[in-house]
Design a protein around this ligand. Structure first.
Ligand SMILES: C[S@@+](CC[C@H](N)C(=O)[O-])C[C@H]1O[C@@H](n2cnc3c(N)ncnc32)[C@H](O)[C@@H]1O
Length: 430
């Protein structure tokens, strides 16, 4: 692969590209990188390469003639080569690993033209350039950094430049994924250990772990790439399923505590409410499918001192509302009756953040609500839930609540008003 870089700064570019891996590859004759001074091809005494733009405006524009003469010079010795003239430009197509692969595969001679100042005369681009490449959606002072990036990334794909083909086929962007995390000695550094699996010498398990980490970090760091990724094997599909199951799930690593909510908790409470709303919708439960409960409702709960948030490791894991006022609709219970006529607390709006589902946080919420009821001086809790809300009914039963009958609530128009009523008489603490 031969690369000719047309630049106003050949020494700077050459100093970078003739070092290290590419420098050694050039010495072995595997790649050839030439940096050519555009200024040497001017036809004026002052060796001027740029001039003011027609029509006015800031800065100067590189003239077409020195660029064309410089290009003609490099093409004189390129006969028989598959050449490609590339202008590095913020207006080009964004550069990717796929572009590097294509350039390496389809050409054996790249001419990289570096602009400077305000850019180059458009007529040179029209007449001489095959393709424009951008390093990204930002503007550099000159094309040199972009040219170095293209030259480096293409040359390292040339056989013999790196020790093994696997050096690049396993890397980020090769097959639409990012690379897995890498570690080297020592095994423990500043209290951080290398993942155990990498130390046991079981290569099949290590490969599987690495593939899963590739999938995980592409999903987490580059959702755009992940969305375009097609699983390449049954193992990929199995790993993706595993990741989906693990997704965002939090474990209860320390005890859950509860405190009275303040108005600053409202955004998180609403976020949890929206997730719960979506969850209910998925189960075709029309509870919470209108505006209720909204910020005004929760602000009122907070003002009354009835709203509580669950805290876990500095995170808000859920919330509940517990009131001490009697609920008139509970007096009209049907298909059963309450077992006691004691002063009670009612557990109302309650939800657990979606990342805490399955972690045991729901049970913790019920226990926190019971603690709070005791703090209110009540040992009797009543609660109702939508007749289709099986997960809540199961949670209540598992937490020692007994189904007592059915009630009707004041639901939004068109929504099912039927609720199942549960109660629990709290035992005295030993
Ligand atoms: C200041 S820029 C000129 C930008 C030009 N006036 C425009 O707005 O499109 C000077 C030179 O830097 C190079 N350059 C700037 N940003 C680049 C990018 N994102 N990718 C590749 N080359 C870039 C080009 O060669 C360009 O001619």
């Amino acid at each position: 692969m031969r690369i000719d870089i047309l630049t106003l700064f050949p020494d700077t570019v050459g100093a970078v590209l003739h070092e290290s891996i590419l420098g050694r590859a050039a010495k072995k004759g595997i790649v050839e990188i030439n940096c050519i001074q555009i200024r040497d091809f001017t036809e004026n005494k002052q060796k001027q390469v740029d001039d003011y733009p027609y029509g006015g405006g800031f800065g100067c524009v590189m003239m077409a003639q020195p660029l064309k003469s410089c290009l003609d010079h490099v093409m004189e010795s390129a006969e028989g080569l598959r050449s490609r003239v590339i202008y590095l430009s913020p207006q080009g197509r964004p550069y990717t690993q796929e572009t590097a692969k294509r350039l390496r595969r389809d050409y054996d001679h790249l001419v990289l033209v570096c602009g400077h100042y305000e850019g180059v005369d458009e007529r040179f681009i029209e007449a001489c350039v095959d393709e424009e490449i951008s390093l990204g959606d930002f503007v550099l002072t000159g094309g040199e950094i972009a040219a170095m990036a293209v030259a480096d990334s293409v040359c390292r794909l040339v056989p013999g430049v790196l020790a093994d083909e696997q050096c690049y086929t396993g890397e980020s962007h090769w097959d639409g994924l990012l690379e897995y995390p890498q570690y080297t000695r020592p095994e423990s550094w500043e209290g951080r250990a290398v993942p155990e699996i990498l130390l046991n010498g079981d290569h099949a398990r290590i490969e599987r772990w690495r593939r899963k980490e590739q999938l995980r970090r592409t999903r987490d760091k580059r959702p755009d790439m992940f969305a375009a990724f097609e699983p390449q094997s049954d193992e990929d599909r199995a790993l993706l399923k595993e990741l989906e199951k693990e997704r965002g799930r939090k474990q209860l690593t320390e005890p859950v505590s509860c405190r009275a909510a303040v108005s600053g908790d409202i955004p998180r409470i609403l976020e949890i409410t929206e997730d719960a709303r979506a969850g209910l919708r998925r189960f075709h439960i029309d509870q919470w499918q209108g505006a209720y409960p909204d910020a005004a409702r929760f602000l009122e709960d907070i003002r009354l001192g009835q709203c509580f948030v669950l805290e876990h490791a500095g995170d808000t894991a859920g919330f509940f509302v517990l009131s001490t006022e009697p609920q008139p609709e509970y007096d009209a219970i049907t298909d059963g009756r309450w077992s006691a006529e004691l002063p009670y607390c009612t557990l109302h709006r309650a939800a657990i953040a979606k990342e805490y589902r399955g972690s045991g946080a729901s049970g913790a919420l019920i226990r926190c609500a019971e603690e709070q009821a005791r703090a209110f001086g009540r040992k009797y809790i009543r609660v109702d839930t939508h007749r289709k809300n099986k997960p809540m009914q199961t949670l209540l039963r598992e937490s020692g609540y007994r189904y007592r009958g059915n009630i009707l609530v004041d639901s939004e128009p068109g929504h099912d008003p039927h609720r199942q009523a549960f109660e629990k008489i709290l035992k005295d603490k030993k």
